[in-house]
Design a protein around this ligand. Structure first.
Ligand code: PGA
Length: 274
């Protein structure tokens, strides 16, 4: 079995450096990525086993008030970045087009990317057939145009929006089938070996149900990653399954940072209007 990974998504938490320091310490284990807020990234530089991650990344440096670029994140020791989380799509209007551009830029700078997709409650109500179509559509829209040579650094996090922070989780065997569909759709785009994570109300009690599914390569954990006892237990369960295997997220040596080709186009269109 492939080694599993846990990505801890702290979102806009915790409140203080002291709390962040404590959480870093608890989650500093093999096969873990800690996606901390920008504010606390410097505290994660001392991580021994876990990888430092971020929750978003802009295309490049420049006159983009409030943004943080992939180029800066690499310099700050970040190895992986979450892109297109449903909260960014819903609250900050991020489009598939922007997410693909961010992914290409992040990959150019040597980061691994964790691209989030997942159906809404309305799409869920439309049924399983529709969920399959939604997944194919989301994979195609969020990954099209990413060069196949980058496949080894791409992870898709499948997070049904209705499961995020609600305590409601889907059937793990259904998610296993969906992970298979995500992989085959990615392969149709020339992207082989993409990892698939499940996210949405994962906790210490349900994590092994998902981790034991062969097509699910790991978990994206939100709320439970902020509670010391919970995240410690989840990581322990995962690493018991893995044995002593190193992370699968960051497989390649980072490529030399070079300017993202897409940044000019975006600055002329969307960003310039803001
Ligand atoms: P949750 O969040 O674990 O709190 O549901 C998951 C996520 O949004 O990444």
């Amino acid at each position: 079995m492939k080694p599993k990974i846990i990505v801890a998504n702290w979102k806009c938490n915790p409140e203080s450096s002291q709390e962040a320091q404590k959480l870093f310490g608890i989650s500093d284990k093999k096969n873990v990525v800690i996606a901390a807020p920008y504010l606390f990234l410097h505290l994660g530089k001392e991580l021994t086993y876990a990888q430092l991650g971020a929750q978003d990344a802009f295309l490049d440096n420049g006159a983009f008030t409030g943004e943080v670029s992939s180029r800066q994140l690499v310099k700050a020791g970040v190895k992986s970045v979450i892109l297109g989380h449903s909260e960014r799509r819903i609250y900050f209007g991020e489009t598939d087009e922007l997410i693909v551009q961010k992914a290409k830029a992040a990959l150019d700078f040597g980061l691994s990317v964790i691209i989030c997709i997942g159906e809404s409650q309305r799409e869920r109500e439309e049924g399983t057939m529709m969920a399959g179509r939604t997944i194919r559509r989301d994979v195609i829209n969020s990954l099209s145009g990413i060069p196949p040579k980058r496949s080894g650094k791409i992870t898709v996090a499948y997070e049904p929006i209705w499961a995020i922070g609600t305590g409601e989780t889907p059937n793990p065997t259904d998610i296993n089938e969906r992970a298979k569909l995500i992989k085959s759709t990615a392969e149709s785009l020339g992207l082989f070996g993409v990892n698939v994570l499940y996210g949405g109300s994962v906790d210490e009690n349900n994590c092994s149900d998902f981790l034991n599914q062969p097509e699910i390569d790991g978990l994206l954990v939100g709320g439970a990653s902020l509670v010391s006892e919970k995240i410690a237990k989840i990581i322990k369960i995962m690493n018991n399954l893995n044995g002593d295997i190193y992370p699968v997220v960051h497989k390649e040596v980072p490529t030399k940072p070079k300017p993202a080709k897409e940044v000019k186009k975006l600055t002329k269109t969307k960003t310039a209007k803001k």
